[in-house]
Design a protein around this ligand. Structure first.
Ligand code: C5P
Length: 240
């Protein structure tokens, strides 16, 4: 069953080593909601998940599975055993693949939420058309992929904050929107294209925001995290 979320800031642990990761986490006195991506997981594997859980952190494992349905199902079976909070697949894999993912996950775990990436926030309308030959408007594609994820029974999607309202309007407030592409005013956009600020993400109704470099590369990561959290949870307009 889909249930509505409490809003959360998820910190992307995009570090090159376990040591760097735990040095960063040691700056904080509280347990966080963290995202482990391919960069870290492919180096150290499930061991990093066990260590993070021991420290009380909630975990989004962002492996963006995209393969034939049976492979994704079997992979999700094993990820289910890690007792994660959130996992994901690429909606581009199709409805059968998403259903298989959920089937696999539910065979070993009843609680982990599963969401689908619609279009990466690093992609623009122009790139979708020119390189991927997707000629519809980006919002139309994102909404259609979100509908596929909904029909497959998934809990929500990863999308840009700019697409949250469209998705909630069409698929309901309980369908989770998890949004990377968050930057403070004046931050470097890096490789992201469809970006916005934490306050705007709150206004648009995003359930979770995923923030990496704005926090991990800040001079003071803890105060930047607290500022972003206050902006996103309470709408404090203190972004500079
Ligand atoms: O550093 P930054 O805040 O841009 O990090 C965003 C994080 O969210 C990265 O770990 C990236 O892999 C992830 N992500 C994304 N776009 C998606 C899905 C995940 O940027 N559509």
């Amino acid at each position: 069953m889909r249930t509505n979320s409490n809003k959360e800031v998820i910190v992307a642990l995009d570090f090159a080593s376990v040591e760097e990761t735990f040095n960063f986490l040691a700056l904080f006195t509280e347990a966080l909601y963290v995202k482990v991506g391919m960069e870290l997981y492919y180096q150290v594997g499930p061991e990093i998940i066990r260590k993070l859980k021991q420290l009380g952190h909630k975990i989004f494992l962002d492996l963006k599975l995209h393969d034939i349905p049976n492979t994704v199902k079997e992979t999700m079976k094993s990820l289910g055993k890690l007792d994660l909070d959130l996992v994901n697949v690429h909606a581009m894999g199709g409805i059968e693949m998403m259903k298989a993912a959920l089937n696999g996950l539910r065979s070993t775990n009843k609680n982990t939420k599963c969401i689908a990436v619609t279009a990466l926030t690093s992609l623009s309308d122009a790139v979708l058309k020119r390189e991927l030959l997707i000629n519809r408007k980006l919002e139309t594609t994102v909404l259609h992929y979100a509908q596929n994820a909904f029909n497959a029974g998934l809990d929500g999607v990863v999308c840009s904050p700019l697409e949250v309202q469209l998705i909630h309007r069409n698929l309901g407030e309980a369908f989770l929107t998890v949004t990377p592409g968050i930057r403070l005013d004046g931050d470097n956009v890096d490789d992201q294209v469809r970006v916005t600020t934490p306050v705007k993400a709150k206004i648009y109704g995003a359930d979770y925001i995923v923030v990496g470099r704005s926090i991990t590369r800040a001079i003071d990561p803890v105060s930047t995290y607290n500022k972003i959290k206050a902006s996103f949870m309470r709408g404090d307009n203190d972004e500079n």
